[in-house]
Design a protein around this ligand. Sequence first.
Ligand code: PEP
Ligand code: MN
Length: 342
Amino acid sequence: MILVLKAQATEEDINAIAQKIEDLGFKPHISRGEYKTIIGVIGKNGVSLPGSASSELANHPQVDMVIPIMEPYKLASREVAVDNTIIQLGDLKIGEGYFTVMAGPCAVESREQLLETAKGIKQHGASILRGGAFKPRTSPYDFSGLGVEGLQLLREASQVTGLPIVTELLRERDIDQIEKYADIIQIGARNIQNFSLLRLVGKSSKPILLKRGMSTTIKELLMSAEYILAGGNSQVILCERGIRTFETATRSTLDISAVPVLKEKTHLPVIVDPSHAAGKRSLIPSLARAALAAGADGILIEVHYQPKTALCDAIQQLDIQDFGKLMEDLRSLAAAMGKTIN
Ligand code: PEP
Ligand code: MN
């Protein structure tokens, strides 16, 4: 349930109510808005607050209203947050009002490939560098990434360009290495329901980029986000990356409606990956513009300095020049929408 506090509730009142909730064996989730504070009362293992305790909280002089949380995802739900979540990485803000472009190769392949690509995307205004060091591949014979060497190259590229890094954590055992090198930890589509991995990153202090699975409903995506939030990590970015449908003209079908649906249901930032959705270079700019127009908070896009030579996803990666053109389009569209590309 949610306690909506009276506007005049002081910091002392808020702390006292939060302490009371903890004493009852529940977790208080405090969300401070400009005018009012709300506190989510979250139970463990499906336990709900006994009636007597709930009326005790409801009768507190600084509690204005008690509202039950209807959704199974409690912390991810818009109901428990007054404001949208904004994730701060240094000066960079990800979330409402901003449009963040995360770009880079599918996989880190070599020093030259990564540095040239990173410099190119930086020059055209991307603000985060993506690149996989541990790659999930459908075929066991395909290039599966450079591992720790790839992470070190990402760090070097970050030092050269000043761009923060997002990279995928594929296995639980790599968490320490990924945390050491990444600024944002990506959980890929294939691990969306790897619940022990989700619990693990719920304990991380790094923001998590959670990609929707190709066969995951929006509710399931939010339940996966809930695992991370319930672990104590409130910095989750959701990513729509296309789902499996009967359509074969594209690699996946970009569910553009997921953007406004998620915006209604959750306070978390929502970004779109047009590259893995379309799977085809020529379609990427249209889908990236659609993401911005639909209200996404950013895109995750594959760019390679020489896409034809790429060791994975060669047909969907943009070259630097096409990426530059797309950035120009996005800038004019963002300006028309009153958004800032950061
Ligand atoms: C990726 O972004 O590197 C990736 C593998 O995408 P997905 O998990 O969405 O397939
Ligand atoms: Mn890829």
